[in-house]
Design a protein around this ligand. Sequence first.
Ligand SMILES: Nc1ncnc2c1ncn2[C@@H]1O[C@H](COP(=O)(O)OP(=O)(O)O)[C@@H](O)[C@H]1O
Ligand SMILES: O=P(O)(O)OC[C@H](O)CO
Length: 492
Amino acid sequence: MKPYLLSIDQGTTSSRAIIFDQQGNLIHSASQEFTQHYPQNGWVEHDPDDILQSVLNTIKQTLNESGITVAQISAIGICNQRETTLIWNKKTGKTIYNAIVWQDRRTAQYCHELSEQGHGELINAKTGLLIDAYFSATKIRWILDNVEGARHAAEQGELAFGTVDTFLLWHLTEGQSHFTDATNASRTLLYNIHTHSWDAELLALFDIPRSMLPEVKNSADDFGTCHLFGAPLCIGGIASDQQAALIGQGCFTEGMAKSTYGTGCFLMVNTGKLALTSHNKLLTTIAYQIDGEASYAIEGSIFIAGAAVQWMRDNLHLFRCATDTEDLLAKTNLNHGVYFVPALTGLGAPYWDPDARGAISGLTRASGINEIVSAGIQSVGYQTKDLLAAIEQDGISIHTMRIDGGMAANNWFMQFLADILAINIERPVTVETSALGAAYLAGLHKGLFDSTAHIQQLWQAEQQRQPQLDREVVSALYQGWQDAVRKVLVCQ
Ligand SMILES: Nc1ncnc2c1ncn2[C@@H]1O[C@H](COP(=O)(O)OP(=O)(O)O)[C@@H](O)[C@H]1O
Ligand SMILES: O=P(O)(O)OC[C@H](O)CO
């Protein structure tokens, strides 16, 4: 009997290994943070060894602590921070450069040139994405152009590229599997989301050899076998973390929405079989691919959400622990007039301004720590409202949104979201939704779940919040936010 699923959630700031049962209950988890490297202004890197070791450590820890044996695990699911780019030697498995993280802005100038040259429309039509340093392609190109000998080695077919899923898979299968899934492929700027293939024209544009790229599979598929933990373990599911959260939140029906509040915030709406094109700078992306059939989502991506809380904690030392913010917020009126625009790594959707930088405005002699912290947390709600407005302008209306991620644990924030967005907000019992989504995919592959409808029924609300704040108050607060954002924008 193999009643459990093991999920790996390799995120931006930490790695987690979580064991779930077949009802989607979290049985045991282990997590490990790792170091962020900021070698230059706007650059963000991870040591590939930290990524790998933290994953292996947490798997061992969760197995040891839970007492669950490998023989009781049906399959592994992997979900991962998206877009982050790694390149390694196919023979040795050794990476040739650090992982360039999704937040890294080093290729912003090159992206600007591509836009100036008029490539935006073609790229958007094929990939559903916009030209931005966020995605993998320009990071791959940067490594090939800046690491000595890399381009030559790539042209000789000696190098492999992967997003974090592919990198982990390579090591978990000891070099046997060079695969990714359609959701991860859809974040590279190289994958045609309509023809479901790596796009020759885009590979030529970015000057990236085809031989580096992994084979693209379904999100629930046979990704290989891991022999590292004493007995063979099938790897049966892979999805990028935000798409995995959509799955873990049971958002399989067209129009269902989730928003994940981790380092950044990623709001996704399932658009079913329709790859809807946004006219408001949202992304079109593959939500999941099962049995050869892709479902799509429209997405708004905010680069700094929980990271603003982290920054206020670590750089300004305004509180000791993220959970302390709730007490502080409970004591603070909403109408303090302070706005914090957390453009610490530029602004994502719907502004896409890599050169915008953060600002705190509206300070008076009455302002203090409480007001600044409140402004920081409110900024995540306002940014979500910016996304919701763009989604509505694209013709989609949302009445309920399911939330998850570290910051979703904050009850004050949850109520503020309901108020400022004027929609219902729901939080599930299992907030580790990305890991859960990856586990579900692995379970689907193994036949533990017979359909996505089966998975959808497992979702349970832990808390629901309705809007309470007066509309005029909401409108005045949001107006103040829009004024504050205008002041930091560089690309108008
Ligand atoms: N109670 C809280 N209130 C506000 N923010 C929080 C709270 N708990 C955690 N966070 C924020 O959530 C983030 C961690 O969420 P997580 O989902 O683990 O992120 P990631 O997967 O990006 O590493 C941190 O940036 C942290 O500041
Ligand atoms: O690791 P997270 O949870 O911050 O998610 C990061 C996103 O996948 C970036 O696109």
